[in-house]
Design a protein around this ligand. Structure first.
Ligand code: ADP
Ligand code: GLC
Length: 480
């Protein structure tokens, strides 16, 4: 099949979260399966400057209609591996910036224009380069206008650009919600600014467009597919999601073993496997050193890696700070984002530098070291569409402590509830329940035989992307 992915992030070129990992892994496996795969990305500075893009071919000049203006841009293409092409939709004014969505304090004010331009750039490229896609697969709000813009362009130009469109919701909490005046910039027919179209409480909602107008809709775990149809998790789009109930399917993400495999991980001081865990002890020692802790500590080491955002349950952890102070344990945190959360976590690390350490930046190497060197991984999300770190943890022999939501509930079983099969510890998404789970972790760690059994079961699990990719292939074929 000719499969076109459209996303705002792609590992290793540009990443703020799991979206980058998921799109890269899926595109990679589909390319391995001999599909002809293209991924469209905005031409962010980090991507244009990446060594893989050095020889990128300048494929097309673009002239994009935005309201009553025309904006120019260009398209560059490179091929990082067989069967895979990366197309960059470039316009310096929009994408030559240090970060993709904002300056750290707030979102860029022209995000509405930036991602209309991106989607229209994709449509124009499909048309002018005559790519004849079987499936155009759009990810999250940044690509959510594409199904609609694509059909509109087909109508205007009397051509077929794609046989089917698929829209994947990686996170319904980020919708691309902009003032009503944005609508004119889409050049879509007026009747689409309507309750059955892009209008949402007198604003324009990009994600709503993806959910309503793609041929098929997916989420990144089965449980999240059901959750988004409820007021508790739908972030206001539950009613919209319900209208597509028959077309929404949840397909779990996987682990990209080319990047996340303790037996081959080049970012670790030592590699290891289920049969031989000696390397894990080396990673643990290195992690204690990097955390600035005294060597030789034998108690439990807790790790945490996440964007600091409400979603990730950072506040539930902060509400339990006395747990980390009162017990003989270590806590290594890697995360940045919300400034208040960062400050509170920083205060905890400053109050107890012998026990808690915070690295407040994006650090790929440190993220691998935490997954490998910790005994437990803390991930008490309030909601979690899929979540990748709880899977990485299991593969790395680090017992995850997760809340019973979304993809976390789909990928972890509680070791007390299921003594023969459990691979982690689960809590409800509140501080008291997290406290109990942390307490249970101490008990589990003290019982070496039981801890090892839980760890071994986690390491034996198969989270390979082959399963997920097969699910997408089947979905593409069915829809075609
Ligand atoms: P989300 O996409 O909601 O942030 P996921 O669990 O799907 O959550 O994916 C998060 C990804 O981002 C993981 O690969 C994780 O290791 C990575 N990550 C998060 N914060 C950092 C950080 N500060 N440094 C390095 N990697 C990070
Ligand atoms: C989103 C979700 C996360 C998911 C990732 C990749 O960022 O928050 O749960 O794992 O997308 O699909």
């Amino acid at each position: 099949m000719k499969i076109v992915h459209v996303a705002s992030e792609l590992y290793p070129y540009i990443k703020t979260g799991g979206l980058a990992d998921a799109v890269a892994a899926l595109a990679g496996v589909l390319a391995d399966h001999d599909h002809e795969v293209s991924v469209f990305l905005p031409g962010y500075r980090a991507v244009v400057d990446h060594k893989d893009a050095a020889g990128a071919e300048r494929k097309l000049r673009l002239r994009i209609e935005m309201g009553d203006q025309f904006l120019s841009g260009d398209v560059r293409v490179f091929s990082p591996r067989k069967n895979l092409k990366v197309y960059l939709i470039c316009r310096e004014e929009f994408f030559d910036r240090r970060a993709p969505y904002g300056n750290g304090e707030r979102d860029f004010e022209d995000n509405s224009d930036r991602f209309i331009f991106f989607c229209k750039g994709v449509v124009e490229t499909l048309r002018l380069a005559d790519l004849q896609a079987d499936v155009v697969h759009c990810h999250d709000w940044q690509a959510a206008l594409l199904p609609l813009l694509l059909r509109e362009s087909e109508r205007r130009h009397r051509v077929t650009l794609a046989l089917k469109t698929v829209f994947t919701i990686h996170n319904i909490a980020y919708q691309g919600l902009f003032p009503a005046t944005t609508f004119a910039r889409t050049n879509l027919p007026d009747e689409l600014y309507h309750i059955d179209g892009l209008e949402y409480y007198s604003q324009v909602n990009y994600m709503k467009g993806g959910i309503l107008f793609a041929d098929r809709v997916t989420t990144v775990s089965p449980r999240y597919a059901r959750e988004i149809q409820t007021p508790e998790f739908g972030c206001g789009l539950d009613g919209v999601a319900q209208t597509r109930a028959d077309d929404i399917v949840g397909l779990l993400n996987g682990v990209d073993t080319a990047v996340w495999n303790p037996a081959t991980d080049a970012l670790l001081p030592a590699t290891y496997s289920r049969a031989d865990l000696r390397g894990k002890a080396v990673c643990r020692a290195e992690l204690l050193k990097r955390g600035g802790f005294a060597p030789g500590f034998t108690g439990p080491v807790f790790g945490m890696i996440c964007r600091f955002a409400e979603q990730k349950g950072v506040d539930l952890v902060l509400a339990n700070k006395d747990f980390f102070l009162a017990n003989d344990c270590r806590f290594v945190v890697l995360g940045a984002g919300d400034k208040r959360m960062e400050a509170e976590m920083r205060a905890l690390a400053t109050a107890a530098p012998d026990k808690v350490c915070l690295t407040a930046k994006l650090d790929e190497g440190m993220s691998h070291l935490i997954e490998a060197g910790s005994d437990f991984f803390v991930m008490p999300s309030l909601f979690e569409p899929c979540g990748l770190n709880q899977m990485y943890s299991q593969v790395y022999g680090t017992v995850p402590i997760v809340s019973r939501v979304g993809g976390l509930a789909d990928t972890v079983a509680d070791a007390d509830e299921f003594p023969a099969t459990g691979t982690g510890l689960m809590c409800e998404p509140n501080a008291a329940s997290l406290r109990q789970a942390l307490q249970r972790a101490l008990g589990l760690f003290a019982d070496r035989a039981r801890y090892t059994a839980v760890q071994q079961r986690g390491m034996a699990r198969d989270f390979s992307w082959e399963v997920a990719a097969a699910g997408y292939e089947q979905l593409y074929r069915e829809s075609l």
